[in-house]
Design a protein around this ligand. Structure first.
Ligand code: NDP
Length: 322
């Protein structure tokens, strides 16, 4: 099979298109022919060296496809099933093996591309809005990078739970997408000071929670927008990792809560993963959640896709097709 592998960490040029032996499923595993691999920001951190990985390493954590073979003791899945998964290393490949309990079955009504898009980014938006800070009617939240993969899904899920959504985006085209997703207030943070804009719209310290996947460039100002005892959720580093924070800053800003969640800790069991997937699939089926596939690249053109994501040129989900 062909796969996109790195032998060293660095820029997009380290991505290598290599031929590897076809994998076979061991006990409890399934072999899947990949229909679509999802591109996620974490893939760029694993490629660049911000996050450590064992080398050589086939990138990609997320995808969807068709079960081609099953190992001994697999009873929940059968050859021919459509499946999708959020966190299985090696997904930038024609085939992948994984423990059967790390994948979910895709309902007949949902196509494989949409299901791939719902896994890592969808489950992230789900856990942020329902577990990290369970949003409810009247809550006011700020979603940074609202036209991104996580952003467009998080805005919609926040609206489903009755929250008022402020969002930041890089371009007017991205603002249109965030508004279609349901954002109540959209701020072009490359043109205006977003903290001043939020305060103009809603007064001093109006927010219950900030969901921040942008990191370094927005973190400090975001703290200044939270109400006393509000929650700062820093969940990504698109603009670079956040600088160290002294606990006294949380006190000075109103006894704030600060958390740095990661999806892996919110998918601790198969049941937890399945229940997040069930909600996401149900919302797609009922028309409450729209999944935007912003771009598709051939898997062998992954370097181009990484450049577009890191260059802020993508919207919604980017898929890599083997
Ligand atoms: P996105 O599709 O949101 O792409 C990143 C966006 O960040 C860009 O489109 C851009 O939007 C914005 N951005 C702001 N500043 C920069 C910058 N300097 N360089 C690049 N982009 C910038 O990516 P994802 O949906 O895949 O991920 C969003 C964030 O969520 C990432 O930080 C990711 O690591 C994090 N994440 C965390 C998870 C967790 O478990 N903790 C799981 C999944 C994602 P704009 O042009 O509008 O500014």
């Amino acid at each position: 099979m062909w796969a996109m592998q790195i032998a060293e960490q660095g820029g997009p040029e380290v991505l290598g298109w290599v031929q590897l032996p076809d994998p076979t499923p061991a006990i409890g595993e399934i072999l899947v022919e990949v229909a679509a691999a999802g591109l996620n920001y974490i893939d760029t951190y694993q490629r660049s060296g911000l996050y450590e990985v064992p080398l050589p390493y086939v990138l990609g954590l997320e995808g969807s496809g068709t079960v081609m073979a099953i190992g001994a003791d697999v009873t929940a899945m059968a050859v021919g099933d459509h499946v999708a998964w959020p966190t299985n290393p090696g997904s930038y490949a024609g085939c992948v093996v994984m423990p059967a309990d790390k994948a979910v079955k895709v309902p007949d009504e949902i196509d494989l591309e949409v299901s791939a898009a719902l896994m890592l980014q969808g489950m992230t938006a789900h856990f942020l809005a329902t577990s990290t800070y369970p949003l409810g009617p009247g809550d006011r939240c700020l979603v940074h990078a609202g036209a991104g993969g996580v952003g467009l899904l998080l805005i919609q899920i926040a609206k489903l739970h009755g929250a008022e959504v402020f969002t930041t985006v890089g371009t007017p085209e991205k603002a249109d997408l965030a508004e279609i997703a349901g954002a109540d207030h959209t701020i072009l943070y490359r043109d205006v000071d977003f903290a001043a804009a939020v305060a103009d719209l809603a007064g001093e310290r109006p927010l219950d929670v900030v969901f921040d996947g942008v990191g370094k460039s927005v973190f400090a100002q975001s703290l200044s927008l939270l109400r006393p005892r509000g929650m700062m959720v820093t969940f990504g580093n698109a603009s670079g990792p956040v600088d160290p924070v002294a606990p006294l800053e949380l006190s000075a800003n109103g006894s704030l809560f600060l958390t740095r969640p990661t999806l892996f800790n919110y998918l601790r069991t198969n049941a937890e993963m399945q229940s997040r997937a069930d909600d996401l699939f149900d919302w797609v089926k009922s028309g409450d959640l729209d999944v935007r596939i912003g771009a598709r690249y051939a898997l062998r053109d992954t370097a181009e896709a990484h450049r577009a994501l890191e260059g802020r040129a993508t919207t919604g989900k980017v898929l890599l097709i083997p």
